[in-house]
Each structure stands twice: as structure tokens, then as C-alpha cells.
Design a protein around this ligand. Structure first.
Ligand SMILES: [Zn+2]
Length: 250
């Protein structure tokens, strides 16, 4: 799985919770920690391997990861807390299926947070950061050239996460990660055919304004960019009943 960039960012944002979540696992070094399982589920969501509506059965996941149900429950509780998973009474945990209203709220939240994050990134970005952003945009182009939709969506999200990391506010970076994951779920549900994730070239343009140290334009470009992403989605289409999510997961 080509995901070095994603897990790096995620590791940093989850560090604060590691100490609290880990004690039961520490003794069994070979088994994945709650953090690791959490991260792997997030990656699967972002890569569209666990579509909205998928049931996340405790027993099944415990078997897959070779851990106890208690640990899986901790992972699911964390995901439910971040609204990425929805717990249905007596039925268990499911990957959330954001409604149109929730999808619009996710984008509204991003339009509030991300202009400020990119302003901070303009102030904080080192030459090395800008080089990493350019390398990332090159990876996105390669994924587009190969028409690798999973990679395109994952890399698009990671780009926004990188800006949040460069801005250096760990709380906003954590919030961004949740909003990104929810955005991925929204994209699965409401993507118009052949319009994958972030519009072509706009990430390269954002790197240009960061490099030019132009805070005002960076914030404006980011808002425009998020509006383009939202506008590319088709909220008219209801996906209910179209896909057999259980079969996809099995
Ligand atoms: Zn984007």
C-alpha cells in the first residue's frame, strides 16, 4: 500500500492519544495497537475499500486483526466520536453515510478552517515543505495519468492534510483529518461520474501562492477550490439501495 505520506501525518495527529489508548496492547508487541487499527480503518475508508453503510462487526474485525473485541470497541468508539462511524442501537457500528445536509456542513466547516490554515501555512512553510508539496502534486498527477481513482482521492485528501500539518496547529490538523475522511465518504456517495476529488491543477496553483507568500490570495484560492470540489458533487443522486455494501465488504 503506497501510503507513507498519509500515515506520517496521521501518526503525528494521534500521538497525543497513544498513551491513553495503548496499555492493553503494549505487552503483545506483535499485535497491532488500537492506534494502528484506527489508522488502517481510516486508510481503508479513504481508499473507498469500506463504503458508507458497511457494517463494522466487532467479532469479525477482532479476528482480522487478531486482537480482542474490547480493542475493536475502542477503535469503533473513537470513529463514532468523530462521526465517521454511526452506532445503531442493537445493530452495531456502520460506516457513516452523510446526508446531503451533513455533506454541505462538512464543506461549510472546511471553508471556515482551511483559509486560515493556508494563511498559516504561507507564514510557516519552509523550502523543504514547499518541495514536499510539489512532490505530492506530482504523485497526484501520476495517479490521474494512471486513472487510479483510489489513489487520486487519497492523495487529494493528503494534500489538504499536509497544509494543515505545515500550519502547525495540532487541533486543527486533527479536525481536518476527520473532515477529510468525511469528505471521502461524501465523495463516494455523491461523486458525479468521472469527476474525482479535487479539480485538476488547483493544488499546484495553491502551492504557487504558498511559495509566493501571498496570504490573501492563498485564502481566496482555497475557498474557491473548496467550492469547486463541492460543486463537482451530485447531491441530486440518492445512492440508497443502488449498491450492495455488504457484498462489497465481504
Ligand atoms: Zn483539494
Amino acid at each position: 500500500m503506497p501510503q507513507a505520506g498519509a500515515s506520517q501525518g496521521a501518526r503525528r495527529t494521534t500521538t497525543a492519544r497513544t498513551a491513553r489508548a495503548r496499555p492493553a496492547v503494549a505487552a503483545k508487541a506483535a499485535l497491532p495497537s488500537v492506534d494502528t487499527i484506527h489508522q488502517r480503518v481510516l486508510t481503508a475508508l479513504v481508499e473507498h475499500r469500506l463504503p458508507p453503510g458497511t457494517k463494522l462487526g466487532e467479532e469479525r474485525l477482532a479476528k482480522v486483526f487478531g486482537v480482542s473485541r474490547t480493542q475493536i470497541r475502542q477503535v469503533l468508539e473513537r470513529l463514532a466520536h468523530d462521526r465517521i462511524v454511526t452506532v445503531v442501537h442493537n445493530r452495531g457500528a456502520f460506516v457513516s453515510s452523510p446526508t446531503v445536509e451533513e455533506a454541505r456542513e462538512v464543506f461549510a466547516a472546511r471553508r471556515v478552517i482551511e483559509p486560515d490554515l493556508i494563511r498559516q501555512a504561507v507564514r510557516m512553510a519552509t523550502k523543504a515543505d514547499i518541495r514536499r508539496l510539489r512532490e505530492h502534486v506530482a504523485l497526484e498527477s501520476a495517479a490521474r495519468a494512471a486513472n487510479d481513482k483510489r489513489a487520486i482521492i487519497r492523495l487529494s485528501g493528503e494534500f489538504h492534510q499536509m497544509i494543515a500539518e505545515i500550519a502547525g496547529n495540532r487541533y486543527l490538523a486533527k479536525t481536518m483529518r476527520d473532515l477529510e475522511t468525511l469528505t471521502c465518504l461524501v465523495i463516494i456517495l455523491y461523486d458525479a461520474p468521472n469527476v474525482p476529488a479535487c479539480p485538476y491543477h488547483e493544488h499546484a496553483d495553491l502551492v504557487d501562492v504558498i511559495e509566493a507568500r501571498d496570504e490573501k490570495h492563498a485564502a481566496e484560492r482555497m475557498i474557491e477550490h473548496l467550492r469547486h470540489v463541492e460543486a463537482s458533487l451530485n447531491f441530486e443522486r440518492r445512492s440508497d439501495g443502488e449498491i450492495d455494501f455488504e457484498a462489497v465488504f465481504a
